[in-house]
Design a protein around this ligand. Sequence first.
Ligand SMILES: [Cu+2]
Length: 327
Amino acid sequence: MLLLLTLAGCGGSQNTLNPHSHPAADIANLFWVMMAVSFGGLALITGLLVFAWVRRGRRGFGADPDDPHPGERPSWFVVVGMGVVFPLMVVIALFVVGNGVIISSTQAPAASSTAMTVDAIGHQWYWAFRYPGTKAVTAGELHIPVRTRVNLVATTADVIHSFWVPELNRKVDTIPGRQNRILLYANTPGVFRGQCAEYCGLQHAHMGMLVIVQSKAQFRTWLAKQSAPAAAPTTALARHGEQIFLDGPCASCHAIRGTSARGFVGPDLTHLASRTTLAGLTIPNRADYLARWIVDSQHFKPGNQMPDFNLSQRQVHALVAYLEGLK
Ligand SMILES: [Cu+2]
């Protein structure tokens, strides 16, 4: 029953055993090989135990025929052969297979072998993404083209995080002062969930991300839009919201390209309305949630680095109107 309970953790959109890339498939296969060998070992040991119990009191293989107490002395073949040589051979074989397969298929790609580079920057507690060579900056949701070798460069703005999208590849840690790389590749279009996989503080569990894999044409359109500066507000309410944003504390932590807001503590909001989720996948990107986030983000993510603000209903309304226009 307890084992069945653990099966409740299977499936979902963050499933190592549902690979969508070459490296992830190799990782899944290695898991199954190790699982099969482990179960084989378990079956062998259980079988030997049962066999020994059935034949208790009788002479074992290689036992001394003159021994007056057969069965009380171990047979050297069983002890050394099955107990030492055989497990060593199995473990060494798994080590060689595991490292041979996994290291070669998941290691950082040669720079010349990739079609594009994406920077993933870990922040307490969200992921920022940049596309070198363009002005595009986004957060929480990373877009890549399908069947394209992407060189993902993982860095951190503060502490150690770990970038992990289980259906696409292994983890890669973000170490202060260092750049670590990994291949990001997807066989099919789709949305793959990822998660910070290195405990990084209070809201570590709310540091999720989506990798949105699109057709090459869709991706090009998306990237061109993200590279453009923010849309100017069109209604009086939204213009009021922009004023509040630029004159108030918001602009000291957030950047909106095309305006004077250049903060870099929080996510770049230039095309906020094009995202489906907010705050590391913690809440959906809808007007009602956005409004509640602005006044009381601490309710959704206690301890996160955006303070609560004392804003009037009308100010919040205006801010939401402005932010919702940032398509
Ligand atoms: Cu983290």
